[in-house]
Design a protein around this ligand. Structure first.
Ligand code: GAL
Length: 662
């Protein structure tokens, strides 16, 4: 029998050595754990996340905290702790092949890393010196294979304290503030300036323009195969033969007019700039209906989101049928046969007319996106595409969809383990080829959480974007860390081939695993602006995934800044490079096509910080003009650097240099 690791006293006083105050033991399980964020379930005191006794590799522990990846717990130590000790590992009751990594981060610096740990592996001892440390983060990430079965135990976890006791870090509350100026009455043309489409396919583009309506549109050099509706700015028709077409868009209203160049590239490559749009997942999960999708399209027009360039309206999981399932309990309207007698995939009763839905979205000049899995079932247990790939690709094209998200999910069950790279690529290569054969442009989004370094081969198998990690909903409080990780893959990104660190989850969102109705996200206003700044600097696809029906002035202000979106949509398609300035300060530097640079002065820390962007770091020399991108304000000329006070977990986004005349 294993001896149970049990403390003699719940709060034992240590022995004082000469002249030193006695150290006090503070147990992690005795702290207020409500601020611990985790990917599934709730933190448990002296129990595993599934509320059983804590055991790691057969060793029981009387005390500790049971949590689930991704788990973060931020503490203020205020230099009062001497050290932290624990035994960490995956709980024995976790099913399957969960794997996790435990980390301890002291004042922004990683002081413990367990490496990947699996169930059955002996606990690893943690013993970190905390003298002088102000803030601590206990972090458990998935082992790079998703969150399933990642039951993580901080067993026997305790602080030895001689001063202030550890206390959960409470995020300071912050009132919403507006950075984006209100659009003026005069027309302003927004959105991409370069656009790829395939010759001979149906063409659809709504010219995004802000300014007082009514407005009229004109296009110079419009190829004869295309037609403009001058009242809506929607261009339809057939993509002209292969080649580059230099068009000029003009918008006019009672207050004035604006013109802008637009390059149409008829060829093989779609998504020459990152996709912009909305995806239902993080707001509505398995509650989504066709009526809500239609409403979403209307809201994107009504709120002006479409006027800054958002144009994809994407359905995620749960539009097909599921089987009756006691655990997941899909609503009765979503239960039914997966396919008809001819193998044709069936949408569920909430989606009675898929073609009608796509037509509705198209009539507003927007594009329609769809979701499925290469496996027999999707992640939420709905019908997948396995062994019906060609038929489904044809069906999606027939319905008129413009975008497909292809989510690995249950495909893991039909491949050998461990899965060779070729097997990981196979379903994506197959669907990539099939989509290319359809008589319409369909953007292909790979969702397999970064397995097999997908950024290295996503484009080769036909993808236009690929998720670089697991669901961001599980680690929303780590957007800086997620962005830094995503930037590591910057060299693989180019026009038509984008790293996708997942959706913008701000405003009203649900819980990451589909529970709960949308509620205000836990990010501070500054963090929400940071989210957009980081995603703009990385040239990541920008999909808002909050509740559009509850969008408010603040969320629109964050989402709809045309200069920030222009950084994202820059035709060079570069993901910013990272220049580390310290544990918590870093720069993100992105070259733009007009010869200027977008620079993010970033602070991932818990208190405001002075951050400086030195021209030498950015490869610039001489005096440079600086513009505040969020506030659309020229800040003046600066000789050697630009310095700013950056709020807690904030980004100051500037454009540096004088645009080259073209
Ligand atoms: C996950 C995917 C999410 C969402 C969900 C649907 O695997 O990463 O973005 O699509 O499945 O069940």
């Amino acid at each position: 029998m294993n001896r149970i690791f049990a403390p003699l006293f719940s709060c034992a006083l240590g022995f004082a050595t000469a002249g030193l105050p006695a150290a006090e033991t503070i147990w992690l399980d005795a702290l207020d754990l409500t601020a611990m964020r985790q990917g599934w379930g709730r933190p448990q005191v002296n129990r595993s996340v599934t509320e059983r006794p804590l055991t790691i590799a057969g060793q029981p522990y009387a005390r500790g905290v049971g949590t689930h990846a991704t788990s973060t717990y931020r503490l203020r130590l205020n230099r009062g702790s001497e050290n932290f000790t624990a035994n960490v590992g995956v709980d024995d009751a976790a099913g399957g092949s969960g794997s996790v990594v435990f980390q301890v981060i002291a004042d922004g610096k990683r002081v413990f890393n367990s490496g990947t740990m699996k169930r059955g592996q002996a606990a690893k001892p943690v013993n970190v010196d905390l003298r002088g440390v102000k803030t601590l983060q206990l972090l458990v990430t998935d082992g790079g294979d998703g969150l399933n079965h990642d039951h993580a135990n901080w067993a026997n976890a305790q602080f030895s304290c001689s001063g202030a006791r550890p206390a959960p870090h409470v995020i300071p509350s912050e009132a919403p503030y507006l950075l984006t100026p209100q659009p003026g009455p005069v027309p302003r043309l927004n959105g991409p300036v370069v656009y790829g489409a395939r010759p001979g396919h149906p063409f659809l583009h709504r010219i995004p323009a802000q300014g007082t309506r009514p407005m009229t549109f004109a296009v110079r050099n419009l190829p004869a195969t295309l037609k403009l509706d001058p009242l809506t700015g929607i261009i339809t028709g057939t993509t002209p033969p292969r080649g580059e077409y230099a068009l000029t868009f003009t918008a006019r209203n009672s207050a004035g007019q604006a013109s802008r160049a637009f390059k149409l590239v008829s060829g093989d490559t779609l998504s020459l700039t990152p996709q912009l749009g909305w995806n239902h997942w993080y707001a509505h999960y398995n509650r989504i209906t066709a009526a809500m999708m239609r409403e979403a399209a209307d809201i994107m027009i009504r709120t002006g989101m479409a006027d800054v360039g958002y144009d994809y309206v994407n359905i995620d999981d749960c539009w097909m049928n599921a089987e009756a399932d006691a655990r997941r309990k899909p609503d009765a309207q979503r239960i039914g046969p997966f396919r008809d007698a001819h193998g044709r995939l069936l949408s569920n009763a909430h989606f009675p007319d898929m073609k009608g839905l796509a037509d509705y979205i198209h009539a507003r000049g927007l594009k329609a996106g769809l979701y499925t899995s290469p496996g027999p079932k999707t992640c939420a247990g709905f019908a997948g595409t396995y062994q019906h790939e060609a038929q489904d690709a044809r069906l999606f094209a027939e319905w008129g969809f413009d975008f497909l998200k292809y989510d690995w999910c249950s495909y893991g069950g039909v491949v050998p383990k461990p899965t060779p790279l070729e097997e990981m690529q196979r379903p994506y290569r197959l669907m990539g080829d099939l989509l290319r054969q359809q008589p319409r442009d369909m953007v292909f989004n790979l969702c397999q959480y970064g397995m097999g370094d997908v950024w290295k081969w996503g484009a080769e198998v036909g993808g236009h974007s690929w998720r670089t990690a697991g669901d961001l909903g599980f680690e929303l409080d780590r957007i800086f860390e997620v962005a830094l990780k995503n930037c590591e893959h910057r060299d693989w990104q180019k026009p038509g081939a984008w790293n996708d660190p997942d959706y913008i989850q701000i405003g009203y969102i649900g819980q990451a695993r589909g529970e709960g109705l949308p509620e205000p996200c836990g990010l501070t206003p500054t963090e929400q602006y940071s989210f957009m700044s980081l995603w703009a600097l990385m040239a990541s696809p920008l999909f808002f995934s909050g509740d559009l029906s509850r969008i408010d002035e603040f969320t629109l202000n964050v989402l709809c800044n045309p200069e920030v979106i222009a950084v994202n949509q820059d035709p060079l398609g570069q993901c910013a490079r990272v220049v580390r300035l310290g544990e918590e300060a870093f720069l993100l530097i992105k070259d733009l096509a007009d010869g200027t640079k977008a620079i993010g002065l970033c602070n991932s820390g818990e208190t405001s910080l002075s951050v400086s962007a030195k021209w030498s770091e950015a490869g610039l020399g001489g005096t440079q003009a600086v513009r505040d991108v969020w506030q659309h304000r020229d800040l003046g000329k600066f000789a050697t650097e630009f310095k700013a006070e950056v709020r807690r977990r904030g980004v100051v986004l500037v454009k540096v240099g004088t645009p080259r005349r073209t």
